[in-house]
Design a protein around this ligand. Structure first.
Ligand SMILES: [Zn+2]
Length: 135
């Protein structure tokens, strides 16, 4: 997405946690604790992935996008379909998106990445472009 910025990737944290699970230092029940809300959000707003659930390996995980930010007011903390994010990015100046993966089979869930979207990213782009042309 064009205004995407400040991307934080949680792949390493996810891998480290899974290592603990496979080594038996962390119980599967502890990490497969998806709330009914998260499971439901995955059904209504989730994005299908080709990533197999790392715990049960029986089905692919779903990505759920949660949006946060002062500007969003009542919408803050809601899950939104991925397709809607680009539109929201034109509507608001800045908001954070948390992408959570969840397995509907076993309840495994983990934060995948976090990033910022919004119109402010465009002016940033434009400023950069201006700077580049000024050189
Ligand atoms: Zn699973």
């Amino acid at each position: 997405m064009r205004t995407q910025r400040q991307v934080v990737d949680y792949t390493l944290k996810r891998r480290a946690l899974l290592r603990e699970v496979f080594a038996g230092r962390v119980g599967a029940l502890e990490v497969c604790d998806a709330s009914p809300y998260l499971i439901r959000a995955s059904k209504f707003f989730g994005e299908a992935t080709e990533t197999q659930c790392p715990v049960c390996r029986r089905e692919p995980v779903w990505h759920v996008h949660y949006i946060y930010g002062d500007e969003l007011r009542a919408s803050a903390g809601q899950a939104r379909p991925r397709a809607e994010l680009a539109m929201l990015a034109m509507e608001y100046r800045a908001f954070d998106v948390y992408v959570v993966e969840v397995c509907r089979g076993c309840g495994w869930n983990h934060l995948v990445e976090k990033f910022t979207l919004g119109r402010d990213g465009l002016s940033h782009d434009d400023a950069n472009r201006r700077r580049r042309t000024a050189d």
